[in-house]
Design a protein around this ligand. Sequence first.
Ligand SMILES: [Zn+2]
Ligand SMILES: [Zn+2]
Length: 365
Amino acid sequence: MLSHKALMVPLSPSGPLFFFFFSFSLFFGLSLPARTAPPLDKTTATTVDALSHQFQRLVDAERGKDVAGIAELKRYLNRFGYVVTPEATNFSDSFDDRFSAAVSKYQSNLGLTVTGRLDSDTISSMTTPRCGVSDAPSAGPVLRSTRRYQFFPGQPRWTRSSLTYAFSPANAAPYLDPSEVRNVFRRAFSRWAAVIPVTFEETPDYLSADVKIGFYGGDHGDGEPFDGVLGVLAHAFSPENGRFHLDAAETWSLDFGSERSRSAVDLESVATHEIGHVLGLAHTPVREAIMYASLSPRTKKVDLTVDDVKGAQFLYGSNPDFNISSLAASDTSSASLCTAAVGRIIIVSLAAVAMLLVSSAAAAA
Ligand SMILES: [Zn+2]
Ligand SMILES: [Zn+2]
């Protein structure tokens, strides 16, 4: 069985540290956490300031020049499936055409303005913690109001409609209440089950479960080593593989009210996202969607958007009990759906007017 965890090259020894600080520098400097974070301690603040300063050199780096730090960004893009150099092993600091093309592709996949330059939005995006699954290789520039959801190559899906899931007894997060973790996953699976005719049931039999969930640290034997705090948060494999891995190094949170860490990551948000991969969805450029690749710390994002629902329903069809109009009106992708619907209504109306004109002309003749 093929599973599509497209080309991943492990980070260099400096990589994890790089992402750790990158993520923190962005988090402290630019993002708005869902709850007010406690003040920075002096040591952390100094480190973050130094690294933020170092980062500013990459914003608006000029094409054709050598800029210290570009090699790390090339390693980053390569890690998530972008071609930055023919041999994919030796990354230079040169801002060459191939790197610029990879940046453009990344911007397109992440729903950013496509410039091929390292603007501040792009640097911010690259420093936000994210999912370890590679971005869709086929996603090119797409027009608004066309479909945005993506699949793994070959559009693999489960052929059965009732799936089981289980938690690895040997790879749990010891600081989390197991019954609360089970509740989180029950809710996450139920969101997808509400929109497609697929059921999910927890089983105590880990070995026979379709979806196998566990917390793993660093290199855990599947060729996709985790990188420590923030950076990559989790990954899951395409159908019908079922492996679902969370980075044990994260501070996983069930409730930001009781978990005060500034780098806390919402387990339910990540669970909902990774289940999308388990079902066969790849990353979407729609920022509000569950299947968007990145998630800032202390952020809760658990509601499926129209883009997520349409993607899942493309693969599995609709749950007969589900009504797409029940989705929140604030969903921006539903706005584009409405625009498309309005467009169709206008076309139908024009056709009706034309028919009326034709029939009245015929009556007059
Ligand atoms: Zn993902
Ligand atoms: Zn893994």
